[in-house]
Design a protein around this ligand. Structure first.
Ligand code: PAF
Length: 282
């Protein structure tokens, strides 16, 4: 595995890959790699000739500086995991390599970011849009791989690719879960042991809501019931629990089995904010 620290060093490797007709798969990450990331890498290795992973904790997508400061940084362990997966290149830029200057350009994703993560984390998707555009322009991959856990991010990046005509195929990989159902996330590392014990409730209530909806209960009833369920665990502070269209992120008032839908949630366990989602109709 070759580590690239400066974007100029990638240019020649990219050129060689293109000259020899090799496809480049790209997995952007913020490090603290877990099995969920490794699944994205494996998906890239299965379908692309060359796999590039980036590790960059992007400051512009954190709307809370404490969250940025506390984001887990495990570079040595990450590099070891990437070697084991036989990744070809890892790009580990410094802040200056990405942000020679702080961007004055900003993205607005309109209605796509007026709900859920967009509403609760103002500016977050602008930061994601900026850094993903920069990374796409630097790496110039054929395909890029994202996890379904960040469903709204996937919808945002899909629009970014369409609106800016990036010639990149987006591949969405299903959420990887712990055996107790907790969606894998770098933030799980920061849960205390008792918070970790409560954390599987997130998936448990998503699953409960799905089976009740499919059994014919109204969304209004299901949502109210689940909000009450969450109140019974004093460690979990639910932020939202919504039924949405997975591409437009418009919240539904009622469930319609003829329309695509997913349930999305965000909740705090102590200071740690986790998100998860479950497709209902795909
Ligand atoms: O999903 C993430 O880890 C980040 O939002 C991404 C796509 C790497 C951009 O910083």
């Amino acid at each position: 595995m070759i580590q690239i620290k400066h974007r100029d060093d990638w240019h020649e490797k990219w050129l060689n890959a293109i000259k020899s007709n090799k496809t480049i798969g790209f997995v952007p990450t913020m490090g603290a790699l877990h099995e969920g990331h490794l699944e994205l890498i494996r998906a890239s290795k299965l379908t692309c000739d060359i796999t590039v992973v980036s590790i960059f904790v992007n400051p512009t997508q954190f709307n809370n500086s404490e969250d940025f400061g506390n984001y887990p940084k495990t570079l040595n362990e990450d590099l070891e995991k990437l070697k084991q997966e036989k990744v070809d290149y890892v790009y580990t830029p410094s802040n200056d390599d990405i942000y020679t200057e702080l961007p004055i350009l900003s993205f607005s994703f309109g209605r796509l970011e007026s709900t859920l993560e967009g509403a609760f984390r103002p500016g977050h998707f602008n930061g994601v849009g900026i850094v993903v555009s920069k990374l796409f322009n630097i790496i110039r991959p054929s395909k890029s791989f994202f996890g379904q856990k960040d469903l709204q991010q996937v919808a945002i990046i899909r629009r970014l690719v369409t609106d800016l005509s990036f010639d990149i195929e987006l591949i969405v990989v299903p959420t990887k879960r712990e055996t107790d159902g907790l969606a894998m996330s770098s933030r799980n590392l920061r849960l205390s042991p008792i918070e970790r014990e409560s954390a599987p409730l997130l998936f448990k209530y998503l699953t409960k809501a799905k089976s009740e909806l499919l059994a014919g209960k109204s969304w209004f009833q299901v949502q109210q019931e689940i909000v009450e369920d969450f109140k019974e665990d004093s460690l979990i502070d639910l932020e939202y629990f919504e039924l949405i269209h997975p591409e437009t992120f418009t919240p539904y008032q009622e469930f319609d089995s003829n329309e695509k839908s997913s349930i999305c949630l965000a909740a705090y366990l102590g200071k740690i904010r986790l998100i998860d989602n479950l497709p209902i109709i795909s």
